[in-house]
Design a protein around this ligand. Structure first.
Ligand code: B4P
Length: 190
């Protein structure tokens, strides 16, 4: 199986690039952000709890997102692989993911980490906020908190995957097409 973690700070292009990779490599896309926004739209209990947390730019609890991913993995038993977008975001989530995949006789193939500087992230997210109405993209203080959460809790995962010799860092500044080509080159050499 080809199991990819697409990684990077908020606004780095994870969702954008995932949409291109799933078609090219025929993978199942698991975006915890999309799943949570689906729960919010459906007005579920989880969605109601998640909305308040996401609107502050904080992370949802590990227990909730690990449970969500576990049930989604079970729903695609015959896939060629998964692309994990926005997950894992903490060391606890990464450890749980390794365990879940190992129970299925598979593992993460690579972490593809997109590098983008903070000013560009803020500009991209504010621009998306104007178009999409996403409440966590509209306010610069919330975006700053999301970047802070990333630096404190999520960025340490690069070391987690580097220790497993699975980390590839890719420049995330440039055209969407050029970045996609760089990702394809890394994946084709796995
Ligand atoms: P996510 O949905 O994962 O969203 P994100 O970090 O904002 O990145 P996204 O993938 O959407 O954006 P992209 O970079 O593609 O998380 C939202 C919230 O959900 C979190 O804050 C947290 O509260 C919660 N959450 C999700 N997963 C969680 C987990 N595992 N644990 C705990 N909490 C969790 O794109 C951004 C913009 O940039 C787009 O408008 C795009 O068009 C543009 N763009 C992309 N590439 C570009 C390029 N090369 N040049 C110019 N613009 C580009």
């Amino acid at each position: 199986m080809l199991n990819l973690v697409l990684f990077g700070p908020p606004g780095a292009g994870k969702g954008t690039q995932s949409n291109l990779l799933i078609d090219k490599y025929n993978l199942v896309h698991l975006s915890t952000g999309d799943i949570l926004r689906g729960e919010i739209s459906a007005g579920t209990d989880l969605g109601l709890k998640a909305k308040a947390i996401m609107d502050r730019g904080d992370l949802i609890s590990d227990q909730i997102v690990i449970g969500m991913i576990s049930s989604k993995l079970d729903k695609s038993p015959n896939t060629k692989g998964f692309i994990f977008d926005g997950f894992p975001r903490t060391v606890a989530q990464a450890t749980a993911l390794d365990n879940l995949l190992s129970q299925k006789g598979t593992s993460i193939s690579a972490m593809l980490s997109l590098k983008v500087e903070d000013d560009e992230l803020i500009n991209r997210l504010l621009a998306r906020g104007k178009e999409s109405g996403r409440s966590d993209d509209k306010n610069e203080n919330i975006i700053a908190n999301r970047i802070n959460e990333y630096n404190n809790k999520t960025a340490p995962l690069k070391k987690f995957y580097a220790t497993q010799k699975k980390l590839s860092e890719i420049e995330g500044l440039g055209s969407i097409k050029d970045i996609a080509q760089k990702l394809n080159t890394v994946i084709d050499n796995l």
